[in-house]
Write a protein that binds this ligand. Structure first.
Ligand code: NAD
Length: 266
């Protein structure tokens, strides 16, 4: 029996990157999967990739910053796939700008997707799960919920907020049998990350600089984040709630210099 057999899962931001990888792992593990992403995103390709694992799939175009669209998406998924057991609350954007150039419009746009959007999805998940007394949610935060980085004031505000929201929701929903956790990915090879190199003078040098600060000396593949998310959504994480799992190759916990005990023995 596969890990998520018989479960119905909903993933936001499922057309690309980490969300798409989670949807595929959920499908591989036997879940029926609803793929939610922005209208205009290529959900067809994502759905075909999930359906290749043999389970049921449903593509739903919805903007998570629109609370009514989120409500409708949940209703449609419950009607077509059945009661939702697992939610990966993952849709996000990253606006990179110096603080003094972060206009009101950029700030609001960053908050609307990452924080209000995550709130809308979390609230809807709670609404459908509470009457059944079961369910699990994983919110995508970031290593940048734990560390600061120049250019990311607005983005980090949203990711710190997601961790705070995760803890309070877990406290509130535990007595209904609902677990709420967060994943903090490190740098992951997704279209979002690759877009940040647009216009870079030397993308290879910037990637090398980035990788040098990771203990494992490489960025993540989306499936490595997805496997951690699916673990948190599954019964194997049955006593885990209100916390965050950091999947960052050791970046936030391991000092990035020092040569004793290298693999080469040098
Ligand atoms: P991505 O751009 O590859 O995928 C994000 C998906 O979300 C896209 O399909 C996009 O269209 C969709 N989306 C964006 N706004 C939406 C909205 N309002 N409503 C519905 N869908 C929307 O990005 P990714 O790198 O896979 O990022 C996924 C999540 O992981 C984000 O929350 C991001 O902040 C987080 N994250 C990414 C990294 C990284 O290095 N890639 C690191 C830490 C955290």
């Amino acid at each position: 029996m596969a890990l998520m057999d018989g479960r119905v899962a909903l993933v936001t931001g499922a057309a690309s990157g980490i969300g798409l990888a989670t949807a595929e792992v959920l499908a591989r593990e036997g879940a029926s999967v609803a793929l939610v992403s922005l209208p205009g995103d290529d959900l067809n390709t994502a759905e075909v990739r999930c359906a290749a694992h043999g389970g049921r799939t449903l593509a739903v175009a919805a903007d998570v910053s629109d609370s009514q669209a989120v409500r409708s998406a949940f209703e449609r998924v419950e009607t077509e796939l059945g009661p939702i057991d697992a939610v990966h609350n993952n849709a996000g954007i990253s606006i990179v700008a110096p603080l003094t150039e972060t206009t009101d419009e950029l700030w609001q746009r960053q908050l609307a997707t990452n924080l209000s959007g995550a709130f809308h999805v979390l609230r809807e998940a709670a609404r459908v799960m509470k009457p059944r007394g079961r369910g699990a949610v994983v919110n995508t935060a970031s290593e940048l919920a734990l560390m600061g980085q120049a250019g990311y004031v607005a983005y980090t505000a949203t990711k710190g907020g997601i961790l705070a929201m995760t803890r309070s929701a877990a406290a509130e929903l535990a007595s209904w049998g609902i677990r709420v956790n967060a994943i903090c990915p490190g740098t992951t090879r997704t279209p979002m990350f690759l877009r940040e190199f647009d216009g870079a003078a030397d993308p290879d040098a910037e990637l090398a600089e980035n990788e040098a600060t990771v203990a494992m000396k490489r960025i993540a593949d989306p499936v490595e984040i997805a496997e951690a998310v699916v673990f948190l959504l599954s019964h194997r994480a049955g006593y885990i709630t209100g916390t965050h799992l950091v999947a960052d190759g050791g970046r936030t916990t391991c000092f990035p210099i020092g040569s004793i005990g290298t693999a080469a023995g040098a």
